[in-house]
Design a protein around this ligand. Structure first.
Ligand code: NDP
Length: 312
């Protein structure tokens, strides 16, 4: 049970839409007494959310600035910092700011300091589980900051899978960036492996059938490659440009630190491939389309049951 009286949610994108719906559902069930007000840059989306889930639609950022808890889920830490700068003069001292954006740990530290100056406490709480997990509330949250205990009852309404306190402010964002590096790496390596096998004459589905009962399996071989790539749907719901942002945070921000093991790291290669893919496929393309970039350079297309050669 939470003591927070009012909750405001900013950013009703692929993730925020479902997260805010779960917060509203908890209030409707009477689990918590906090009404949920939503603000979105494109206000029609906030109106649709209010009609669908009984949230209150805020017209301006001023309408949400006096909430006890403010939650953001925006593309990057830059948008979060800009919104904080706009709202800071109106925020209520003693309130809590929970940032569910997959952000940059260093920018988050600065934003937390800016909030502290007006008496607001921040935690970073990026999530994993995709738009489907956001819809069902089955997300994992990676929380950074000293106010993690205070934030826990709110976060638990949408992160029912697991909540992990990672350390000081920004550490949730650091862990999330590295998690997404692993996600992208596993997808790229899995795609490359299927292309190599298809060229040699093994059908992708048959290869996955063996690998997924063996030691080389991963979430990408078990779910993402069959459901998004072999099906040719490429519709998981996570933008390629956002994945590149996370990998850049990890590779440029964390791995380039003096003490990290830069030599022999494959992650800079992953970053380069994602950069090429984002140029080719576009920022808004689904992140699973990075495999399309591999296919194009190999001249082959992976399908359910078979692969086709694209160039003679
Ligand atoms: P979307 O692109 O679907 O949504 C972005 C949201 O941010 C929209 O509400 C958009 O408003 C708003 N927005 C964009 N720019 C601005 C701005 N300058 N000022 C105010 N609002 C703005 O992104 P996702 O929901 O997919 O991602 C949100 C965060 O969650 C990202 O950090 C992402 O990396 C992370 N994430 C995404 C996952 C996924 O599978 N999609 C999984 C886990 C984390 P508008 O409607 O007006 O465009």
């Amino acid at each position: 049970m939470s003591n927070e009286k009012t909750v405001a949610f900013i950013g009703l994108g692929a993730m925020g839409w479902g997260i805010a719906a779960n917060l509203a559902a908890a209030a409707a069930r009477g689990d918590v007494a906090s009404p949920v007000t939503v603000w979105n840059r494109t206000s029609a989306k906030a109106e649709r959310h209010a009609a669908a889930f009984g949230t209150r639609c805020a017209r301006t950022l001023s309408d949400v600035s006096r909430a006890d808890v403010i939650i953001t889920c925006l593309p990057t830490s830059a948008e979060v910092a800009a919104i904080v700068a706009k709202m800071a003069p109106e925020l209520k001292a003693g309130s809590l700011w929970i940032d569910c954006t997959s952000g940059d740990p260093n920018t988050t530290r600065e934003t937390a300091r800016a909030l502290e100056r007006v008496g607001v406490t921040m935690v970073d709480s990026p999530v994993s589980g995709g738009p489907d997990g956001a819809k069902t509330g089955e997300l994992t949250a990676m929380v950074g900051g000293d106010a993690n205990r205070r934030a826990h009852p709110v976060i638990s309404r949408f992160a029912k899978k697991r909540i992990v306190h990672c350390g000081p402010i920004g550490s949730g964002h650091a862990v999330k960036a590295v998690n997404n590096c692993l996600n992208a790496t596993h997808l790229i390596v899995g795609g490359e492996a299927l292309i190599a096998l298809a060229k040699w004459g093994v059908q992708p589905e048959i290869a996955l059938n063996a690998i997924n009962a063996s030691s080389g399996r991963s979430l990408q071989t078990e779910v993402r490659l069959p459901e998004e790539v072999l099906s040719r749907k490429f519709d998981y719901g996570f933008k390629l440009g956002l994945m590149l942002k996370d990998v850049r945070v990890a590779v440029d921000g964390l791995l380039s630190a003096e003490e990290s093991c830069r030599e022999g790291s494959i992650l800079p290669l992953v970053k380069r491939l994602l950069e090429k893919s984002t140029d080719e496929q576009g920022y808004d393309a689904d992140y699973t389309r990075v495999v399309r970039t591999l296919e194009l350079s190999a001249g082959i297309e992976l399908h359910q049951g078979a692969a086709t050669t694209e160039h003679a």
